[in-house]
Design a binder for this molecule. Structure first.
Ligand SMILES: Nc1nc2c(ncn2[C@@H]2O[C@H](COP(=O)(O)OP(=O)(O)OP(=O)(O)O)[C@@H](O)[C@H]2O)c(=O)[nH]1
Ligand SMILES: [Mg+2]
Length: 298
């Protein structure tokens, strides 16, 4: 009988290249939120893919960039440290190599961990020569174990990618129960989905100034629902105004969209109440970062 294989595979890259979209597509379930805005992912999020003979644990990471505040510095540190503790790395790109990619590639140097170059969003490229142009720009930058042009959005060439990774998995146990798809708790899934809707409905600095904390989840036996109360933290009064919107329209919309998705993802009926609170400069205060779920061991 062949032995069981398992391993951890980090998904790294610049913000907005489609890392979380790729994670969700590989797992077949939404475990990591997605948005058109850079710096959507703030934590390390694991997605589990279990087959008969092997288990792959994909680790979505925040896009690496040189952020200035404490939140972004700690996020960047987390992404960098993710590369060290894994069996393989998927380096996701969507453009010819630039300065941001050069910085990331430096972290691969001197490490023996196999790195696969994943060129995402090929659905946006018009012809083969555009893909070649991207591939050529990365030639010589690192010894990649393989190069995969894919579309995470359309699920193009993902089977081939997974198949290629199997031989690189070390022998190992089932780290997670077969039916488990993610390491995220219900609290984390709920707060992230609320944050995702905020990302879609706000602009400029607001999305980056927001944290979401689930205050309480209580069973309502009468209505057979879960009563969820969530706190949205912003940095300034103007941001609070923007978030609430005229006559509370915006916060209502955010709440409705988040509730619908939480209902269907967690397969439970929830009643969601959102509160907005101002916490000046929370992104630079270590105690706040910890309280809102950010930092090394979150
Ligand atoms: N056309 C196209 N768009 C994609 C594809 N994959 C992701 N996107 C889009 O790219 C944007 C960013 O996707 P994310 O998955 O949030 O990117 P990310 O790399 O996780 O971003 P951060 O968490 O900010 O680092 C979203 O608007 C996605 O819909 C793809 O294969 N094709
Ligand atoms: Mg992401």
């Amino acid at each position: 009988m062949s032995s069981h294989k398992s391993g951890f595979i980090a998904i790294v890259g610049r913000p907005n290249v489609g890392k979380s979209t790729l994670l969700n597509a590989l797992i077949g379930e939404k475990v990591s939120i997605i948005s058109p805005k850079p710096q959507t992912t703030r934590n390390r999020i694991m997605g589990v893919y279990t087959q008969k003979d092997y288990q792959m644990i994909f680790v979505d990471t925040p896009g690496m960039h040189k952020g200035k505040d404490l939140l972004n510095k700690s996020i960047d540190k987390l992404a960098v440290s993710s590369i060290k503790d894994v069996d393989m790395v998927l380096f996701v790109v969507d453009n010819p190599k630039g300065e941001a990619e050069d910085i990331i590639i430096q972290y691969f140097r001197g490490s023996k961990i196999p790195v696969f170059l994943v060129i995402n969003k090929i659905d946006e490229l018009k012809n083969r020569s555009e893909i070649d142009e991207v591939i050529i720009s990365y030639l010589g930058s690192h010894e990649y174990e393989g190069v995969f042009p894919i579309s995470a959005k359309d699920h193009t060439h993902l089977d081939k990618l997974v198949e290629t990774l199997i031989p690189y998995l070390p022998e190992g146990p089932l780290y997670f129960p077969e039916e488990m798809k993610s390491d995220q708790s219900e609290y984390q899934i709920m707060s992230e989905l609320i944050r995702e809707k905020i990302l879609y409905h706000t602009e400029q600095e607001v999305p980056h100034s927001v944290a979401v904390v689930i205050e309480s989840i209580e069973e309502n036996e009468e209505l057979n629902t879960l009563d969820v109360s969530a706190l949205i933290i912003v940095e300034r009064a103007t941001q609070k105004q923007i978030l609430i919107g005229k006559n509370g329209d915006k916060i209502k919309k955010i709440g409705t969209e988040a509730r619908k998705e939480i209902n269907s993802l967690l397969n439970t009926k929830i009643h969601l109440t959102l509160w907005v609170k101002i916490k000046k400069d929370w992104r630079n205060r270590p105690s706040d970062l910890k309280a809102f779920g950010y930092g090394e061991d979150s």
